[in-house]
Every structure is written in C-alpha cells, then in structure tokens.
Design a protein around this ligand. Structure first.
Ligand SMILES: Cc1ncc(COP(=O)(O)O)c(C=O)c1O
Length: 380
C-alpha cells in the first residue's frame, strides 16, 4: 500500500479571496496605486492588517521575501563589501539577498536544534566586525531570542529576521519577526499564506520603512501608504533612494487578505499534523527528532529529523524507496544542489566558509518532509 496524497498540494484559496480576486480583475485596477482619492487599495489593506497582526506600525508588501530581504538590508545601510552574519543552514535566496545588497555573507555554524550556533555567532561577530545579522528561522526553528538580542546588543548588530518559515510563530509569547530591526515574510506558495509569490516587510523604524517603500517602487506616491510614517520621513530620503521596482499588486493582496484571518487556525492545523507524524517517528530507533525549546511556539509546516545510522550512499536509496511508496522526502546532506534544496557549500560566490564543521555534520543526516494542510492529522 502506498501513500496517495501529494506533498506539494496546497489548500485552495478561500472563496472570499477568489471572489475578491475576480472583482479586482473585473475593475482592471490591479496596480496598488490605481486608486481614487482617499481610497485604500487592497495592498494598503493587507499592509494595515498584517501590521496590526504583528503589532508594528510599518509594513510594506513586496514582490517576494527575497526582494524584501534585499531592500531591508539596503534600507538598514548595507554598503558594498559590508559583512553580514547569517546562519549557514538557510535557503539560497537568503545569501542571495545579501549578495544583491552588495554585502558579503559570513556564514555561521548551526546547532543540533537547527538554529544558529550562538557561540560561533559571538566568535564570528567579534572576528568579522560585521554590523548586521540576517537570522533565518529556517524550517521554522527559532533560536533562543533572548540570547540573540543580547548578542546583538553586545556587538551592535542590526538584526534582520527572515521569517519565511515562521509566520504566525512566537518565541516566549512574542511574535517571531517582532524582535528585529526588520523582519521579512514570504507568501510564496509553500509558505503560511499563499499568493504564488509575494513578501511582507515590517519594521518599527520610520527611517527604514520610508527608504524601503521608495526602494520598492513607490515613485513619489509614498503618501498612498498607510502602514507607514508621515510625509516628512520620506522627504528626508526621496532624492537619495533609488527605485528598485518590486511592488505587490492588488490581485495578490486580494488572495492574501482572507488567508490572514485564517492564519492562526491554520498554524494549529499544521502542528496537529506535525505531532501526529512525530508520534509515529518517535517509535523508530533509527529516527532522531529535533528537540525544541519550551519557549518556541513553532508552526510546523514541515518536519525535520536525523537518521544517524545511514551513510551518504544510503540516503539516495532511502529517498528512492520512499518515493516508490508515494512519500517525498528531502535530504539536506546531498553534495549536489537538488530542486529547492541546496547546501551552503554549493554557493561558490561566497569565498569564506571556514569552520562550518558542525553544520556539515548536522546536515549530513538531516531529512526534511513538507506537511501540507491537504493532509489530515488522522492516522489511518
Ligand atoms: C528560509 C527562506 N527564506 C527566504 C525565502 C525567500 O522567499 P521568496 O521565495 O518569497 O523570495 C525562502 C523561499 O523559499 C526561504 O525558504
């Protein structure tokens, strides 16, 4: 008997979103600034709703999370050649955003909870003199944010949170994404809200959002933003900030708005499926699940575990055997980039990748499985 469901099948867009999308298509007003005087576009409404959900004043909807990370780094002041600390276990768009901003990624080791290694972070912050930390909450694993914030303070690091996998999650009761100077979220199909492509940037800083909005392609229409500061904040930067054109449109916002209302419920549904799966994995002597800190209120839209007994030549056989049973698994230890999965050592444009011994060892036996909500939590 093989497993019949697809590991890449997402839930349908809620009817309300489909109706709003049809409505905006009928109107022809898809561009976010195509509004009548005083009217708030769907993109404005999404920014206001997400800023309220996150408890921050400023939000910008963008073309993607990778794009949002790029302009976040630029808005925080990253210049050509500036070093940016980043965990070595992340997805390719993250070091890509650093490179795009002119920065130089300084990759930091990870620990067996798949979070950034805090001792290595301190060492590399000291040795590199970097002023930025791009912390990727990869696969929804949230670091000890109390210690992260202390390290940022001790080393004067500006913190950018990559929350592509932690929308709706918390650390010790505080929203993931509300710790940093900037946080970026993804609404690409496999994330916690789905608009095909899309990103959301939040920040408590008015000087950062004003630059980010102009970078995103506001032209001089920045006064049509509502999850944003007053005009004066823009006047200070409007002549010096280039337009890197990467806006979100009203069609995507139409699809996303009703999903935001359902987000918390969906987070619970992901965790129900995660716990059902992990209960089964716990019965195996071969599988080692990732330990999670009690303060981490994660959203498990995927599950990771180690199979320490397998050698590098056995993992491809396991992947094949699972595929034959209808089960798609990914292996982070593969030396070749594969599909969406790539390892830090395949990013050849980063020259300095010294001392990533732990990351190498940890990824060597790491398996990853997506948990789409089209699965149920019932074991049959
Ligand atoms: C950890 C992580 N960060 C950032 C991104 C970039 O998101 P986007 O595809 O919206 O640019 C991704 C995309 O998969 C990701 O997995």
């Amino acid at each position: 008997m093989s497993f019949k469901k697809s590991f890449t099948q997402q839930e349908a867009i809620p009817d309300e979103g489909i109706e709003a999308a049809i409505e905006i298509m009928k109107s022809g007003r898809l561009h976010r600034y195509n509004v009548n005087s005083g009217e708030k576009s769907l993109t404005d409404q999404l920014e206001l709703a997400f800023s309220q959900y996150m408890g921050v004043d400023n939000c910008l909807a963008c073309a993607s999370c990778g794009y949002a990370l790029h302009i976040a780094l630029k808005a925080l002041g990253v210049k050509e050649g500036d070093k940016v600390l980043c965990n070595a276990f992340t997805l390719a768009p993250v070091p890509g955003a650093i490179d795009n901003a002119g920065g130089v990624p300084v990759l930091v080791d990870i620990d067996k909870q798949l979070c950034i290694d805090l001792d290595d972070l301190e060492n590399k912050a000291r040795a590199s003199g970097a002023k930025y930390l791009l912390l990727s909450h990869m696969r929804g694993h949230i670091s000890d944010m109390d210690r992260i914030m202390k390290i940022c303070k001790d080393f004067n690091l500006l913190l950018i949170e990559d929350c592509a996998h932690t929308m709706g999650a918390k650390w010790n009761g505080k929203m993931s994404g509300s710790f940093g100077d900037v946080a970026c979220f993804s609404t690409q199909t496999y994330k916690h809200m789905n608009s095909g492509e899309g990103g959301l940037l939040i920040t408590p800083h008015s000087d950062v959002i004003s630059k980010a909005i102009i970078y995103s392609g506001s032209y001089m229409l920045y006064d049509k933003h509502y999850a944003a500061p007053d005009k004066q904040a823009f006047d200070a930067v409007k002549y010096t900030t280039p337009n890197y054109s990467g806006r979100m449109d009203n069609l995507r916002a139409a699809i996303l708005l009703p999903q935001l209302e359902l987000l918390d419920k969906k987070c619970t549904a992901w965790n129900d499926r995660y716990f059902a799966m992990s209960d089964i994995f716990k019965t195996s002597n071969e599988i080692v699940l990732i330990e999670r800190d009690i303060k981490e209120q994660f959203v498990a839209s995927s599950i990771q575990f180690f199979i320490p007994a397998l050698s590098p030549t056995q993992f491809p056989l396991l992947i094949q055997a699972c595929e034959a049973q209808g089960v798609s698994i990914k292996w982070f230890g593969d030396s070749e980039p594969n599909g969406y999965t790539s390892k830090y050592d395949s990013w050849h444009y980063i020259s300095d990748k010294t001392s990533l011994v732990d990351t190498e060892r940890i990824l060597a036996t790491l398996i990853d499985i997506r948990i789409p909500l089209t699965f149920t939590s019932k074991i049959v």
